[in-house]
Design a binder for this molecule. Sequence first.
Ligand code: UDP
Length: 452
Amino acid sequence: MENQEPRRRPNVVIVPGPFQGHISPMLDLGTVLHSKGFGVIFAHTVFNAPDPSNHPDFIFLPLPDNLADHQILPGDIIALVTILNKNCEEPLKKGLSEIMNRLETENQVVCIIYDMLMYFCESVAKDLKLCCMIFRPSSASAGLAYLSLSRLQAEGYIPPKGSALDDLVPGLPLLRFKDIPTADMGTLQDAIELTVNICNTRTSSAIICNTVHHLEPEEIVQFQHIYPLQYFPIGPLHILAPTSSSSLLEPDTDCLTWLDNQAPRSVIYVSIGSLAILQKEELAEMAWGLASSNQPFLWVVRSDAVPESEWADLIPEGFLETVGERGCIVKWAPQKDVLEHNAVGGFWSHCGWNSTLESISAGVPMICWPCFSDQKVNSRYLSHVWKVGLELDHKLERGVIKESIRRLMVDNEGEKIRVRANDLKQKMKISVSEGGLSYASLNNLVDFILSF
Ligand code: UDP
């Protein structure tokens, strides 16, 4: 038998941010790069660790983060990220050096791809003499909004005065001041400091973005103008890696059976993602709005949806009896499968970027109720640029909720939105197929990594 040369499989290191919406697209990225012939070392914080058994081909490197030594208030994302950047640098350097010592020369590590929140990785890459690239799990439009914070502060526009909240932001004409991702994440100064760190590319050689060219062509050009680095818009990654399993929580798959028994496009799916929290009164308004809409609904109420409350106490008295079989409530859904289900006709969402891409890819029109961070930017694009969503630009109130659901699910207005959503779905498919822009960008990324 002929002696076959062993196939070279260079390794890439992937370091996600420690949240569901950051881990999922990076697991997808790993799956895609693995299918293109790379080995994948997935280095993650112990906090919110993914399940290695879902990705038996990856090497997992847990990074001790010592979070237990710090007092972090619930929802203080800036404090959490700042501490992780301090605590994870040494563990990554040590763990990676050990792995690199074990790897054959031809399979050596070629680069570190790190989530924009995990900027400590750049100095590890420098120490280990590796190339590095930044992964952005959000849109280019949101990136531009964050990049504007320092300028808007210097020009005296932010923090915005109460009366200016509805005014359009100079330089970001689609956004109102209330859409700018600022102090919801802590103090304005903290948000700006974090943004400066996230936006500083240091010695990184490229930016990979989970976005799609046709969704935001001008914003992508503007972004590239600001960052004269290689730029790879390769989204939506969940379509490129359809079998990748990335959920940190166990999804309740019984809801798919419930969906099987509903009429086509009749169900409104409701979820505010993995991080957003509600007041108990807001949750009650959601409940009674859903009840009075008369539409079947699948509602995700996470066990931590309302801090310091027992889940069983969250659902208002009499609600379950009122809605009966018309409603299905779960603590965590298999969202991508739900959105692809024929019975789902609308998504009331907080407009996280992954949810946005998943809904658009499934052709499901949305009710946009953004909570914080980039969600308000995404909501503006969904409702005003792509026109596949209705903006719920109000305090949660049952009457407004009922009306929004009826407009999307029943009225003629909703039918027109559905046609546009279907059109966008087709464009997403084209983008990731041979000849499409994301497809080409992914191949360029592979060539770029192989050139190291
Ligand atoms: N998700 C899920 N089940 C749920 C709710 C959310 O699988 O019940 C997933 C969803 O598919 C998406 C991610 O969690 O991939 C949420 O990310 P997104 O960027 O939309 O929002 P975030 O959680 O970061 O606010």
